[in-house]
Ligand binder design. Structure first.
Ligand SMILES: [Zn+2]
Length: 213
């Protein structure tokens, strides 16, 4: 299963819930990179300086990471990809893997109105002391601007400032729309209305996978 959609669409959360519902691994490239760096693997040593400088990790490195992971035994019954592919070259890399035929995948395209994405992303706050996260609309702290757990003043991540959010969404349009077209020409793409309660969205995903199987 492949999840496409803009930042803030809820893909990561739903990918985790669907994987757990189906009893298959969720393969998150972000998590895998952090693990590779922590374990100091050859791949981790390559990726570390790029991530530290805020650069995107090259497509071929991510493809290699996913190829290694999906060849492990626990992936034989299927898997959920989270955060990959994000570009057409990554999708081509996936297609070249054993079992990578796009027709064997269920591709979800999360659609959420831009105003909702802006509100979701720019409403995030976090505690610099204990790393707890809050959301002004969905999960506000008990006292305005203060961490429930430790009382530290909450901050907004640089990435979640409105101007940065607008830039991230524009980058998404430029990079991922071609990817959606790529999959539309190869397999069935299931459009998911991501502006609904989480359980309703999950129910749709499970149904779409069931129809396929
Ligand atoms: Zn805290």
């Amino acid at each position: 299963m492949i999840f496409l959609g803009p930042p803030g669409a809820g893909k990561g959360t739903q990918a985790a819930r669907l994987a757990s519902h189906l009893g298959v691994p969720k393969i998150g490239t972000g998590d895998m990179l952090r693990t590779a760096i922590a374990k100091d693997t050859p791949l981790g040593r390559k990726a570390h300086p790029m991530m530290e400088q805020g650069n995107l990790v090259p497509d071929d490195l991510l493809v290699e990471l996913v190829r290694e992971r999906t060849s492990e035994g626990d992936c034989s019954g299927g898997f959920v990809l989270d955060g990959f592919p994000r570009t057409v070259p990554q999708a081509q890399g996936l297609e070249a893997m054993p079992g990578g035929d796009p027709r064997g995948f269920v591709v979800f395209d999360f659609e959420v109105p831009r105003s909702v994405l802006m509100a979701r992303l720019s409403g995030r706050r976090w505690c610099p002391s204990c790393q707890a996260t809050f959301h002004l609309l969905n999960d506000p702290p008990k006292r305005t601007g203060v961490c429930d757990a430790c009382g530290t003043g909450l901050l907004q991540r640089e990435d979640d400032h409105e101007t940065v959010v607008a830039r991230r969404l524009a980058e998404y349009d430029a990079r991922t729309f071609p990817l959606i077209e790529y999959y539309r020409s190869r397999t069935r793409v299931v459009v998911v209305d991501g502006d609904r309660p989480m359980d309703t969205v999950l129910h749709d995903l499970v149904t779409a996978v069931g129809v396929r199987a």
